[in-house]
Ligand binder design. Structure first.
Ligand SMILES: Nc1ncnc2c1ncn2[C@@H]1O[C@H](COP(=O)(O)OP(=O)(O)OP(=O)(O)O)[C@@H](O)[C@H]1O
Ligand SMILES: [Mg+2]
Length: 282
């Protein structure tokens, strides 16, 4: 269950203050797929970042299965996110210095899904990356938000580890059932990523980048999947496949899926739709 209580987000600088979220309360039970719709600028992406543990609200609380996530300390929150939350960012946020395949495996490197092998590899990756490695860890945990040079090079230094996260598959850790139960090879097929696997994000089409971002968010079988316009760059066939996959994940695994969309065809796959305007639910 995801429980939002009176979420507020105000951004202040020296001269101005902007209210972006104005007291949002919402409960999403396990197994539910929720669509969030609303005009551009109404606060949908901000709300998703708040639920993801990436953007601390200025008021209210976010509880996931009873854990008030912003009461966790920084590292504990990183760990929690890594194990429980998958995010598909509106701008994809792939790490530019990693190939499609490495991007997709990145969360496993940091122990997404709670796999022991992943955690071990994560520890190695952090060691190899030093200070930058920690930044890479935070990024990987959040599904790759932001990719400054530090995190990219750290991620690159851990890339060998990310590849050997395939080992996590064979030793039976979380990775074997990863990617919504499809495994790394299955998701590659399903999301039609074979051609893009060895390419860097700058060499990939918008749709390929979006599908890679989706695969990465699913790597550790997160309890909560948050997807910001996940079909915005996809053709109809791929869009349908993604929504069917999300539907299956919500149904068969009792996961929570929250999808921000402008597309009523996407909302039709969902159990429930909430409308947002000016930082509030209607
Ligand atoms: N760091 C920030 N500083 C100032 N304003 C911000 C900041 N972040 C977001 N905003 C503003 O908050 C509002 C909501 O932004 P958000 O990205 O959540 O909208 P959205 O509903 O996702 O829009 P879209 O459908 O276009 O993606 C926008 O007006 C945006 O300009
Ligand atoms: Mg947005």
């Amino acid at each position: 269950m995801v429980e939002l209580r009176n979420i507020r987000k105000t951004i202040r600088d020296k001269w101005t203050s902007v209210d972006i979220l104005n007291g949002i309360s919402l409960e999403v039970p396990d197994g539910q797929m929720l669509a969030v719709m609303g005009p551009s600028g109404c606060g949908k992406s901000t709300l998703l970042s708040v639920i993801a543990g990436l953007d601390r609200p200025t008021g209210g609380s976010v509880a996931i299965n009873g854990t008030d996530i912003y009461r966790l300390g920084g590292r504990a929150l990183d760990r929690y996110r890594c194990r429980n939350i998958g995010v598909v960012f509106q701008n994809f946020a792939l790490v530019p210095a990693l190939t499609c395949e490495e991007n997709i495996m990145l969360p496993l490197l940091f122990g997404a899904g709670g796999g022991k092998a992943g955690a071990r590899l994560g520890a190695g990756g952090r060691g190899a990356g030093g200070k930058g490695g920690r930044a890479g860890g935070a990024n990987g945990a959040g599904g790759g938000a932001g990719a400054d040079n530090g995190s990219s090079s750290a991620a690159r230094s851990g890339a060998g580890g990310a590849n050997s996260a395939g080992g996590a598959n064979s030793d039976g850790s979380a990775a074997s059932g990863g990617y919504g139960g499809y495994g790394a090879d299955g998701i590659k097929e399903l999301l039609d990523l074979s051609k893009a696997y060895g390419l860097y994000p700058r060499q990939m089409s918008g749709g390929e980048q979006q599908r890679a971002a989706i695969a990465r968010a699913l790597a550790g079988n997160p309890r909560v999947l948050l997807a910001d316009e996940p079909t915005g760059s996809l053709d109809q066939g791929n869009g349908r496949r993604i929504m069917e996959l999300f539907r299956k994940i919500a149904d068969s695994k009792s996961r929570i899926v929250i999808v921000v969309t402008h597309d009523s065809a996407v909302a039709e796959y969902c159990d429930r739709t909430v409308a947002m305007r000016d930082g509030a639910l209607l």
